[in-house]
Design a protein around this ligand. Structure first.
Ligand code: HPA
Length: 276
């Protein structure tokens, strides 16, 4: 499955005269417009790629954009498959596994999240420094290491510290509404009850989302450097949660793409500088 998808994308890149990608970007709900401008860019519909899972959630384009930035190959995935769509973790993590198989070494992931931290406001960016996986499943289940043992992966440095520190510094200098924090992952598709939200805050969560964490775990397992952000699309009042909706999430996400794009350009610049 991974090989067929990788081969298809490689052939399209070759045909367009594009290099093997070194950097990958994954954009979630309503965030497709944050995709950076790339030189010589081509678009590949995910539907064309053999074995690519459906990206059926509203606001998810299901599009790959490939091109170069500063001479380096970049692949941008707009729209991701979700566990809540009924897919299995193999399908949810297929895109990141294809990225790894294609030669990508660094990945930037963005999704939408609801704030648990009362300091956050709609449109803020959470720089994910750690996570709490409450999905009840782990995408690495069944994976083995080179000796055939279960993949007991160390997660003490899952989210790349160097790029996180650099982005935090850049954010302060540029006045970005950005905070470092802990992302809680849930299965969805229902939103959280008041008691669940208070529990997540109590155990150290700053925001809650239904994606990103499975892909981050897989990316780390495959040796990719992971930088992740969540766009705060809704803010929970933990004392008396007000109803939210996917429309609110999409509307706020769409309004935040300019800021996210700036963060992505900063990450691209940092990633190129680190490799120079
Ligand atoms: N909960 C879970 N996932 C989300 C939320 C939320 O409040 N907002 C955006 N994705």
């Amino acid at each position: 499955m991974v090989t067929a998808a990788r081969d298809y994308i490689s052939a399209r890149l070759l045909e367009a005269g594009l290099p093997v990608p070194a950097l990958g970007i994954t954009l979630g709900s309503g965030l497709g417009d944050a995709a950076p401008e790339l030189e010589g860019a081509i678009e590949i519909s995910c539907r064309e790629v053999p074995g690519w899972p459906p990206c059926g959630a509203p606001g998810h384009a299901g599009l790959l954009r490939c091109g170069t930035y500063g001479g380096t190959g970049v692949l941008v995935q707009s729209g991701r498959p979700h566990y809540y769509e009924g897919l299995d973790m193999g399908e949810v993590t297929l895109p990141v596994r294809v990225m790894a198989a294609s030669g990508i070494g660094k990945v930037f992931m963005a999704n939408a999240a609801g704030a648990l931290n009362p300091v956050y406001e709609k449109g803020y960016i959470l720089l994910v420094r750690d996570h709490i996986n409450l999905m009840g499943v782990n995408p690495l289940r069944g994976m083995r290491d080179e000796n055939g043992n279960p993949r007991f992966l160390d997660l003490s440095s899952l989210y790349d510290v160097e790029s996180g520190d650099a982005l935090e510094e850049r954010g302060k200098a540029s006045g970005w509404p950005m905070e470092s924090g802990v992302l809680v992952a849930v299965c969805g598709p229902s939103y959280e009850t008041g008691a669940e939200l208070r529990y997540m805050r109590l155990v150290g969560g700053d925001a809650v989302s239904m994606s990103l964490v499975p892909e981050a775990l897989m990316a780390h397992c495959l040796g990719l450097a992971v930088t992740a952000v969540s766009v705060i699309t809704n803010v929970w009042d933990l004392r008396m949660p007000r109803a939210t909706s996917h429309q609110e999430v999409l509307d706020t996400a769409t309004g935040s793409t300019a800021l996210l794009k700036e963060v992505i350009y900063a990450w691209l610049g940092l990633s190129l500088a680190r490799d120079a």
